[in-house]
Design a protein around this ligand. Sequence first.
Ligand SMILES: [Ca+2]
Length: 376
Amino acid sequence: MVVAGRVLLCYLITTPIALLTAGRAFYSLHTLHTQKLNNMALVSEFLGQLTLNVGAAEPTYPTVVPACDFDPDKDAARIETAIKTKGVDEQTITDILTRRTYNQRREIAFAYEKRAKKDMITALKGALSGSLEAVVLGLMKSTTQYDASEIKGSIKGLGTDEETLIELVCSRSSTELMEIKKVYKELFKKDLEKDVAGDTSGEFKALLLALVETKRDEPSNVVDYEKIDEDARALYEAGVKRKGTDVKTWISIMSERSVPHLQKVFDRYRSYSPYDMQESIRKEVKGDLEKSFLTLVQCFENKQLYFANRLSEAMKGKSAKDKVVTRIMVSRCEVDLMKIRTEFKRQHGKSLYQTITEHTKGDYQTAMLSLCGGDD
Ligand SMILES: [Ca+2]
């Protein structure tokens, strides 16, 4: 009881700090240094961004929360020793970095650079390899930076990893996409819209671009039943009712309406169509366009269930699809992984923790279990 109380107290104390530091999430290490100059303009810009972020923030259900009794110097020293250890002490690196929030990891990197006189990320890159390296380097990015980098990774070079691109663009909220666009530009000096347009075509391209434009309405307190009915009928008339599909109408409704509105539209849709929205998508369109619409609708209905199902699929075979598992665990651990765990257990009868235990191994498994944060 005393222990539980202490942990709760620590959480209550660290949560406002996490909120305060959340505004810094998009600052690069470079900016972190510049902040020390105590430039008034920068401070006011920082405060502006902080207000903006907190105002737009949805409630989060993280599995990774601020560590209590956090000492960045001590962590940095342990990581320095772990990197220098012959054969590299992966366990210590994993233990520390998977149990600190992004903001704490940045502080560790700052402390590391001060003491070791070199960049921690570069040092980690040299010390680690394979799936574990991907996890640790992913954790050194903010959620937004990570999402932006994953999108970049899915479209760079010859060919496109459509599956990854669809997951990222169709599952992220408008607010998240707005932040991703900003960070994408900062990181890669290119517009996300242009890169997406350059790597896709046809109606698939039109849908992704409409989403990246982030024209979605904010949820409203007023339920507009007329509009709900109108949209439901329009979706039906553009698809199941007619020969062929008026994809343009589907795209505009699904990229511009708020999520709570669309949830009601899909309910109402059943009074027009013999098939529900997902069945209708499967009947009307194919390929990447079908996958994109399905991802969108699944996320509108229950985003955490969508991720739970993605994780389950990625761990169906004998060996897990590490890339998919890593991406979801790293990108959602400070967002909604706790809820994904609940959906996973409910839908698949087995806990996410148990499933990871059975389908992964070694240091990578340790890292995934640590991000998972516990059994259900
Ligand atoms: Ca049709």
